[in-house]
Design a binder for this molecule. Structure first.
Ligand code: NAG
Ligand code: NAG
Length: 425
């Protein structure tokens, strides 16, 4: 067909092709730079698959090197039933063997009934603290009236929780002030709990001790897409801060994995930096993040000068109010930027449900410690080859999670063997 075209058209096609081809190659290489799929074998397997003897592990963790850890829940007095539900679930599946203390936080004074009931559910192991007004309000750099007006508008625009002032305060609190709260000062590790969630596999080892032993700083269960209208300018501010601090990005880092490469060729791509959605190179964040209502993490990571510096920078930009930046997005971008890939752990062996989202592993075949007195003889769901759970009771056929795109992106990726590629980067 090409042959049958008259010569002028043929020349035109050749000219066009020689212009387009270099751009196409450039886009392809740029895109490949951010494409770091998980390799075939799991680089971040569960710490243990199946059941361990909790009594033996708990006794070992009762020794002197027991981690300084706390279970933390932010709740309102009206959350009493949901809070009790969560604590009963954690006690039943984990803490009755390990006896970690609880801290409950509230922005209002505690109702004595809440304290009585939750202290009882936590077997007398709980402390009830209040968040100071300064940690639960607008920062001095933000004009309150303007912020309230913006919150009102976000509500009218139907932004998820955007119209609730207290929700904005909560996101700001969990993004920064949480870590410096006086009640958490004695601790190095925390497990964040949310009212009304379920844990439905037995957790027969000490996740804090394993995190410490293996040099982890952040643990998660579910990853999702953030709703873009809650945080249009967040990524730009975080990436600007990253540039200003000269924080390097390695080709196999989580930060690289979080970026959605632009399909525009250089130099047109760079023009996109004028848009607040893009970073200075014209790329965007994929919106994939760890769902922070479950976290097991190192408080010192978030108390570090670097993280707190990032929080203060973001706080001064006012986006916790002018937009509805969530703490999940802030934590995730910070972890992607400041933690090494191997310092982040996916608790794929935990069954966790919050609302309609859940992670539900299958039970490990032949690893259920039949006859264990500690574990009892309750029923549990089917064992499967390749399963990692311990006596999980959740129904894995009803899983509504995102095992696909975001988990694949954020679960310890590493650049496959493509040495030729690094040559271009
Ligand atoms: C660990 O210590 C706590 C309190 O010190 C105790 O109640 C618990 O029974 C101990 N657990 C084991 C398995 O020894
Ligand atoms: C919780 O219960 C324990 C034991 O019953 C008790 O010693 C403790 O004072 C209670 N804590 C609070 C905050 O009520």
């Amino acid at each position: 067909m090409f042959q049958s075209l008259p010569p002028p058209s043929r020349r035109l096609i050749l000219i066009c092709a020689s212009i387009i081809l270099p751009f196409a190659i450039e886009v392809f290489l740029h895109w490949r730079r951010f494409d770091i799929p998980r390799p075939g074998h799991d680089l971040d397997p569960p710490f243990y698959a199946g059941c361990q003897d909790p009594a033996a592990l708990a006794a070992a963790s009762n020794e002197t090197d027991r981690p300084n850890a706390v279970l933390v829940m932010l709740a309102r007095n009206s959350d009493i039933d949901d809070a009790r539900h969560t604590v009963a679930s954690v006690e039943d599946k984990f803490n009755r063997w390990f006896n970690y203390p609880y801290v409950f936080l509230n922005d209002q004074p505690w109702d004595p009934e809440f304290v009585r009931v939750l202290n009882q559910t936590a077997r007398g192991n709980a402390r009830f603290d209040v968040i100071s007004h300064d940690d639960w309000t607008y920062p001095p750099s933000v004009d309150k009236e303007e912020a309230r007006q913006s919150i009102l508008e976000q509500g009218q625009r139907g932004i998820h929780y955007g119209g609730l002032e207290s929700y904005h305060h909560m996101c700001r609190f969990f993004s920064g002030k949480f870590y410096t709260h006086e009640a958490l000062q004695p601790f190095k590790w925390y497990w964040r709990l949310e009212p009304g969630v379920d844990f439905s596999c037995s957790i027969t080892y000490d996740p804090f001790a394993e995190m410490a032993r293996r040099g982890k700083v952040y643990g998660w269960t579910i990853s999702l897409w953030e709703e873009p209208n809650t945080c249009p300018t967040l990524f730009r501010h975080v990436s600007d801060w990253k540039e200003s601090q000269m924080i390097p990005t390695t080709p196999d880092s989580l930060w690289t994995a979080m970026i959605q490469a632009s399909w525009l060729p250089y130099p047109f791509r760079r023009w996109m930096r004028w848009s607040p959605l893009h970073d200075q190179y014209g790329d965007v964040w994929s919106l994939c993040h760890y769902w922070s209502n479950f976290e097991i993490a190192d408080l010192d990571f978030f108390r570090s000068r670097q993280y707190q510096g990032l929080f203060e920078y973001l706080d001064a930009k006012g986006g916790f109010y002018k937009e509805r930046w969530g703490d999940a997005a802030v934590h995730s971008l910070a972890v992607g930027m400041l933690a090494r890939t191997d310092q982040v752990h996916h608790f794929s062996d935990f069954a966790y449900r919050h609302g309609s989202f859940q992670q539900c592993p299958a039970n490990a075949l032949g690893e259920q410690l039949e006859g264990s007195i500690a574990l009892g003889d309750g029923l549990y769901s089917q064992e499967k080859d390749g399963g990692v759970g311990c006596r999980c009771t959740c129904d894995s056929s009803k899983t509504i999670n995102f095992p696909g795109y975001c988990t694949n992106k954020l679960k310890q990726p590493t650049r496959p063997d493509r040495p030729w590629l690094t040559w271009f980067l």
